[in-house]
Design a protein around this ligand. Sequence first.
Ligand code: DGY
Length: 322
Amino acid sequence: MTHKVFVTRQIPEAGLAKIRAATDCQVWPERMPPSTESLIQGAKGCDGILTLLSDRIDADFLEAVGPQLKVISNFAVGYNNIDVHETTRRGIVVGNTPDVLTDATADIAVTLMLAAARCIKKGIENVSQQQWLTWEPMEFIGQDLRGKTLGIVGMGRIGQATARRCHFGWGMQILYTARSGKPQAESEMAASHVSLDQLLAESDFISVHTDLNPGTTHMFSTSAFQAMKPNCVFVNTSRGGVVDEDALYEALTSGSIFAAGLDVSDPEPLAGNSKLRDLPNCVIVPHIGSGTTSSRNAMAEIAADNLLAGLSGNPLRHQVEA
Ligand code: DGY
């Protein structure tokens, strides 16, 4: 029997070709995501769906698409867009795409650290607005990375890859918070497992790699930013919801931190009226952490394999647990 599948966006052929060959599949053809109604329409009666992080999969959606659905394959490592308690309750398996985007995302975290620390946004604007009038000894003064302290919030695969780059590249001292200690990171790069309060107070750079859940939502609020050093560079490549953006704006404009680099926002895209957009000390890129050819191809392959495994009742390559 051929399984019916809905793929909610064009993804690399590395995965799509496998899905086309094995299923009766519809692919959402547009650049913008399907609306809730179109998502339901596309998924109704399907055995499997391949989703993106912008597709909200909740109880109402699952109720509307009917009992046929057996597998949801998310084209992302993060899966906060899916109510996994609800899928588990209904016996639907959920897959994700870890590991293959670790290095690409850590590279973007470091890119943002450097860009924010070295006033790159201000420099680019200076040139593009034809304001580069002379060499200015007192302008574009940033922060060094060499020998500084980096606080990693969420020391999973991407947090550790970011720490490794900074420790071995610039001799940075690594502090981290995590649910459990990471002995490997402690022996490899002398990382110290500390409380969030200590990390906020002592870090010159803070890079966030935690997942988004009720406990981490807006964990970076006014009090967290006030606890940071005034030279601190704050970077978020995880999920926008961990940051209270009004509090970040206040911290960046009052001088309570030096600069920020964001790959993610809440909502995404960044709200049209977000005051962060125009700040010279806030570098924002449009959620491109995993955006390399090899990462996206590998994500597509894993997502396809997860989908096909779930359809035939086999274990997924990477299955998410509630
Ligand atoms: C993920 O995979 O969760 C990233 O945010 C996008 O690649």
